[in-house]
Design a protein around this ligand. Structure first.
Ligand SMILES: [Zn+2]
Length: 410
């Protein structure tokens, strides 16, 4: 899984999706050299020694972006976990700890299993939160960083140091967070400054202080509902503006945007757009959540993710970002083709913007991370979610029929 991008690949006869609002191109070829899109057009010649992939009229999109998941504690590949976990957040945190201890979960192995599964399904870029707390220390992060290195030819991974049990409220966590960022975590994580840390200003000042000292971006889990959550968003915006961190802050979940009414959500949306603070939504079925149509109409960067994949928190998520696009569409009451395209935008271009990746797309010079999908139209591809997907990472085919190739797995 560590092959460097070399050589060239010609993908024949695919229809290109270059972004929201643009029609699929007529069937044409894509030439990739040294891991970059070198040319697109009809009847391109394969350079000598180049690999050739027959597209057969399939749709090609840039790689799916898994903008929010958790790494290290997935139970993928392990016997089924019978979920009898209580309803409170504390129950869920405790259940995870108990199960990890009972099964002696190896974060590196479980992270690798999950990264491979994500890649097989078409994600080429992923942001994974890794729990940092005074019980587990830094061992999960160390395991995840090893698995990231091993999988770098398959998927690009950003890691978030995530103070899952609280930051300010748990003495010793701040020091562990500092150490996690020194070890190689890419992003400063945060969590409910009022509901968990019980001191919104103190908690956020600590999170933003970590970001300032480490010069790393921020990604805050915000589950707080209604006015409480909206107040936290205002405090986050205030700090983003004061510290000049535009484009470097993400709020994950932001359920409150779905239950404060459209007028207030619209005002916050305008501020989020101005400060380039991205919103990540999984489009949960059982909770209020941000409106994709409202946020995108205001120019807010919106991305999406699976959240935990097959873990003690819940059994449903499966790392499939094409399925996530469908769930986003359903949760937002979408039926129209252009709205389905908006949902997919959050799982592709929106995700890349939110994760700060600039060379993303199908234009000449873009990173050659892409997916071939089966479908008559883009909306059909989302709704059908065919497993007949071919995944290209850095110009190499790493999965066919949603299964990792032998060469990529070696
Ligand atoms: Zn999460």
């Amino acid at each position: 899984m560590q092959v460097a991008p070399t050589g060239s690949l010609l993908i024949r006869q695919v229809r290109l999706w270059r972004g929201r609002g643009l029609p699929l191109s007529p069937p044409q070829d894509i030439l990739i050299r040294e891991g970059r899109v070198a040319a697109t057009g009809d009847g391109l010649a394969a350079p000598e020694g180049s690999a050739v992939e027959e597209g057969r009229g399939r749709i090609v999109i840039p790689g799916l972006v898994e903008a929010h998941t958790h790494l290290g504690y997935s139970l993928l590949g392990l016997p089924w976990f019978r979920n009898e976990v209580g309803p409170a957040l504390a129950d869920k945190i405790q259940a995870e700890k108990d199960e990890l201890r009972r099964r002696r979960i190896d974060p590196e192995k479980q992270s690798t299993r999950q990264l491979v599964r994500s890649a097989e399904l078409g994600s080429t870029l992923l942001r994974g939160h890794v729990a940092i707390d005074t019980d587990v220390g830094l061992a999960p992060l160390e395991g995840v960083l090893r698995s990231r290195k091993a999988c770098r030819g398959t998927i690009e991974v950003q890691t978030v140091a995530f103070p899952q049990a609280g930051l300010l409220s748990r003495p010793g966590t701040l020091e562990l967070m500092e150490e996690a960022l020194r070890l190689g975590a890419d992003i400063v994580g945060g969590l409910d400054p009022s509901q968990i840390d019980r001191d919104p200003r103190g908690s956020l000042d600590m999170t933003f202080g970590l970001a300032e000292r480490s010069a790393k971006p921020i990604d805050i889990h915000l589950h707080e509902p209604g006015e409480l959550g909206a107040f936290s968003i205002e405090l986050i915006l205030e700090r983003t503006r004061a510290l000049g961190l535009q484009g470097r802050v993400m709020i994950s979940h932001a359920f409150c945007l779905g239950d404060i009414g459209p007028a207030y959500a619209g005002r916050l949306g305008e501020m989020l757009a101005r400060e380039q603070v991205a919103i990540m939504t999984t489009a949960p079925l059982a909770r209020a959540c941000p409106s994709l149509a409202l946020l995108s109409s205001l120019g807010v960067i919106v991305c999406s993710g699976s959240d935990g994949v097959r873990d003690t928190w819940g059994p449903f998520n499966n790392a499939d970002m094409l399925e996530r696009a469908m769930l986003l569409a359903q949760r937002n009451g979408f039926r129209r083709d252009d709205d389905l395209e908006l949902a997919l935008d959050s799982c592709t271009f929106g995700g890349a913007r939110a994760l700060g990746v600039a060379d993303y797309g199908l234009h000449e010079g873009a990173r050659a991370d892409l997916v071939l999908l089966t479908g008559e139209t883009l909306a059909d591809a989302i709704v059908s979610r065919s497993p007949n997907r071919t995944v290209v990472r850095q110009g190499r085919v790493i999965a066919r029929h949603s299964e990792i190739t032998a060469a990529a797995a070696a």
